[in-house]
Ligand binder design. Sequence first.
Ligand code: WTA
Length: 644
Amino acid sequence: MSQSAVYAPSPEFVQNALVKGMEGYRALYDRAAEQPEQFWGELAEKELVWDEKWSQVCEWNPPFAKWFTGGKLNAAYNCLDRHLATPRKNKIAILWEGEPGDQRLISYQELHRLVCRFANVLKSRGLTTGDRAIIYMPMIPELPVAMLACARLGIIHSVVFGGFSAEALKARIRDLGASVVVTADGGWRRAKEVKLKPAVDEALTECPGVKNVIVYRRTGGEITMQDGRDHWWHDLDADEGISDFCPAVPVDSEHPLYVLYTSGTTGQPKGILHTTAGYLLQTMMTMKWVFDLKEEDTYWCSADIGWVTGHSYVVYGPLAAGATSVMYEGAPDTPAVDRWWRLIEKHRVSIFYTSPTAIRSLIRQGEQWPDKHDLSSLRLLGSVGEPINPAAWEWYYRVIGKNRCPIVDTWWQTETGAIMISAMPGAIPLKPGSGTLPLPGISMDVVDMDGNPAGTDKEGFLVIRKPWPAMIRTIWGDPDRYQQQYWSRMPGVYFSGDAARRDSDGYFWVLGRVDDVMNVSGHRLSTMEVESALVHHPAVAEAAVVAKPHEITGQAVCCFVTLKQGYTDHQALGAELRKWVAHEIGAFARPEEIRFTDALPKTRSGKIMRRLLREIVTTHTVTGDVTTLEDLSVVARLSAQREE
Ligand code: WTA
């Protein structure tokens, strides 16, 4: 083993674990590597319910993969109906708590009923297989209900995180060609109503394709409803024709399940397409392998369903696996900073999965808060979204896990659909800061510029060599961008955009993005997206955006801005531009820092040298090659300048 601290699973944990010891892991991994089609085929047969069996496990025409071709099934059926013939029918599927303290414990039986009713509502509005729905909702049970109702009918859903602005919502509605938007009046956050419907109204002024808006009443706040277009969920649901049962439509294995927009390296977000069978199988299997799921577990993934983590590990993975999935609507510090610990204590949560940013902000609140609560129900902890620094890892392990809960650090992406690198907690010894090893069936590597393995402890690009069931199928409407973005560096090899190294035990250490994608609080944001928002503002001539290291959120958005003639009030404009970006993209994208400058460092061909700006915000100096720079004095001026 290499030098870092190693945490082996305890004998008790190993004894009860689904996969035991390194031998257990190796046996599975090797089997999957030697006979991938047989490996995934057997799992698909055993773990999913099919209307028609597939004829081929994987068709691989790089970079396009199809899994379980010829098969038919339904994702909602696999998440709900199949449990109803078992004792799970009365098990809690979704254990929800609203921020004000209201709670709903929804059994599989009841969730099935809610989903069927809403599927009937969608049908009553004329929606059918292949149509597209945008879902823009707070973290309330009706959000997974809407997703599963779409899946039940083969309607392709795209959930837009409630923190996105009207502008961002509009772009997604248009790109997807959605004909229906499912939303709510608003939700609760920090004891205030956060309205959603007004953003829908604003977005829809330029979305003629949307014929129906269905609005769930959550807060009771004042909103406007447009006659003929907007309908209250409860009104449609009250119609006599809406029954408690709706047949699940069998769809092809490769039928699109959802599109989720994420930031790429341009200003235009990309719609990541996931299809039905492979996605469902891999999210379900990783749910078992990574979280060592037991029937009696109460599992809580704190992610918002607006991001991929919520799709795969609040909704599809846990429900397919028959778990109890906890959902919380609001902020972690409302009414007090121990709200999460209260939730864990109250509901006896046994598996807790969150982000390093959340952990770091909880560290800052102090140990007295978790110490006030009985967290003894916890048996497993997880981390996702960004590299976790060893100090945060150790705190999580000691203060929350009481030195007895393994921590699974899970590496994956919107594009991978499911967890790719993670410890199997009963099998793989942990090292703080490392995701450890790839899961069975997953062929990961770290390579140099030429695509050759980088070698022990050498930094390189994190790549995936073989197709995997939950992989991205394409970028919605843009197969060329899909090919170019992920598969053009090395033919037949998936390029993740992350840098990583492997140590002498083969463990992966993910270092972060190597492209122009920032990671703020575990949320992906492209520098170009923020730049194009900034240059939309009438005062801005040019903008360059880079990520700056941040103690809590991992990275923060730092903008360098040149102004047009006649604009001089830096203080007022700084505040205004921050607001502007929040309006254009969403509040989570609000820049931490705006620096005004009279020029940006550019190459002679006019390209902004972001690398230099990154160095300036990180180290306040510039090293390395600046010979291509057009005007060297710009860098000197920028480095001398501190925050305004
Ligand atoms: C980063 C979130 C280190 C990584 C599931 C990746 C991580 C991006 C980890 C994807 C981890 C995610 N350790 N880095 N355990 N998990 N990342 O699409 O840079 O929102 O490329 O998916 O987050 O972000 P996305």
